[in-house]
Design a protein around this ligand. Structure first.
Ligand code: ATR
Length: 275
C-alpha cells in the first residue's frame, strides 16, 4: 500500500494521520499515513530512510520545515518564497519534491470555507516569522488591495516586504510597528505571531477592526484564543481560528499526492468536536 507520513518533534499531538485517513476513505484512495517522531538532530536521515523504504510522500511540521527545504531536490515557487517546506513527495525518477501548502490552506479556508472574498481587501498580517512568511504570496495572489505586515521587531517585517517585492500583484504593501497601526482599519487581520502559544497578545491599538472585519488566528484551540477574544471585544463579528487552515493545507497536500481533491467540511466539524 502507498505509504505517507508526517514528520515532527513532538508528533503525538498531530491531527494529520486522522485527517489523511479520512480523506483517503472519502476518496477511495488506498494509502497508509502515519506519524513519525524524527530525531531533532537528524531529520534528513529519518526522511531519507522513509523514502528509501518506498515512502511516496510526507508532511513536515515543527521544527523541520527548514530542514525539509534543504532536503528537497526540487522546490516549488511557493515553497521557495515561503522559505519552508511542509509537503514532500518522490517522483518516478526518485527526485524529492518540496512544496508549501500552508498559505494556500489559509486562503482557501477564508475564501471557500468561511465564504469571505479577499479581492480588493485591506489586510493586516501580524508577525514576521515562518508562519507569516508562508501566507504572503497566497494573500497577494488572492487579489488583496493592500497588505500591511506588522511585527514586534519592525526590521523583520521590513525584510519580508523586500523579499516579496518581486511577487506580481497590484497590492500596496507596507511594514509597520504595533504603534504605527494606530488610526488604521482593516477588512482582515490575520494573527501569524506565536504569541497565542504563550497566552499572549501583541499590544495592538484600538480601532483596527470594524463590524464587517474578519479576524483570523492561525492557532486553534478548544477555547477562543486571546487574539480571538480581543477581536470580539473590538466588535468584529467574523472571528475564526486556524483549524480550517490545518485541514485545507492537508487537503492541498493530498491533492498534490493523489490528484484528487478531498471534501473538507465534515472532517472540520469532526475535529472541532474533538478539541
Ligand atoms: P513561526 O514559525 O510560528 O512563525 P517564528 O518564526 O519563531 O515562529 O516567529 C514567531 C513570530 O511571532 C515572530 O513574528 C515574533 O515576533 P519577533 O519577530 O519580534 O520575535 C512573534 N511573537 C512571538 N511571541 C510574541 C509575543 N509575545 N508578542 C508579539 N509577537 C510575538
Amino acid at each position: 500500500m502507498d505509504q505517507y507520513a508526517v514528520f515532527g518533534h513532538p508528533i503525538a499531538h498531530s491531527r494529520s494521520p486522522e485527517i489523511h485517513a479520512w480523506f483517503a476513505a472519502q476518496t477511495h484512495q488506498d494509502l497508509e499515513y502515519r506519524a513519525i517522531l524524527a530525531p531533532l538532530d537528524d531529520f534528513e536521515g529519518c526522511a531519507r530512510a522513509f523514502f528509501a523504504a518506498g515512502g511516496c510522500g510526507a508532511n513536515v511540521t515543527v521544527p523541520f520545515k527548514l530542514d525539509a527545504l534543504v532536503f528537497c531536490d526540487q522546490l516549488s515557487q511557493r515553497a521557495r518564497l515561503a522559505g519552508a517546506v511542509n509537503t514532500l513527495w518522490k517522483d518516478a525518477q526518485g527526485q524529492i519534491h518540496g512544496d508549501n501548502t500552508d498559505g494556500i490552506g489559509l486562503v482557501r479556508d477564508i475564501t471557500q470555507q468561511l465564504g469571505v472574498s479577499l479581492a480588493g481587501k485591506k489586510v493586516l498580517l501580524l508577525g514576521a516569522g515562518g508562519a507569516a512568511r508562508g501566507a504572503i504570496e497566497p494573500l497577494l495572489k488572492a487579489g488583496v488591495r493592500h497588505l500591511t505586515i506588522a511585527n514586534r521587531t519592525l526590521s523583520k517585517a521590513q525584510q519580508l516586504i523586500t523579499l516579496f517585492h518581486g511577487v506580481e500583484s497590484p497590492a500596496g504593501r507596507q511594514a509597520c510597528s504595533w504603534e504605527g497601526l494606530a488610526g488604521e482599519q482593516f477588512d482582515l487581520v490575520v494573527n501569524a505571531t506565536s504569541a497565542s502559544l504563550q497566552g499572549e497578545l501583541p499590544p495592538l491599538p484600538e480601532g483596527l477592526l470594524g463590524p464587517q472585519s474578519m479576524a483570523y488566528d492561525m492557532m486553534y484551540a478548544a477555547q477562543p484564543t486571546p487574539f480571538m477574544r480581543w477581536a470580539q471585544q473590538q466588535g468584529a463579528t467574523r472571528v475564526a481560528d486556524g483549524l480550517g487552515m490545518l485541514i485545507e493545507q492537508a487537503a492541498e497536500a493530498f491533492f498534490l499526492w493523489r490528484g484528487v481533491r478531498p471534501p473538507t467540511a465534515e472532517i472540520r466539524s469532526l475535529l472541532r468536536r474533538q478539541l
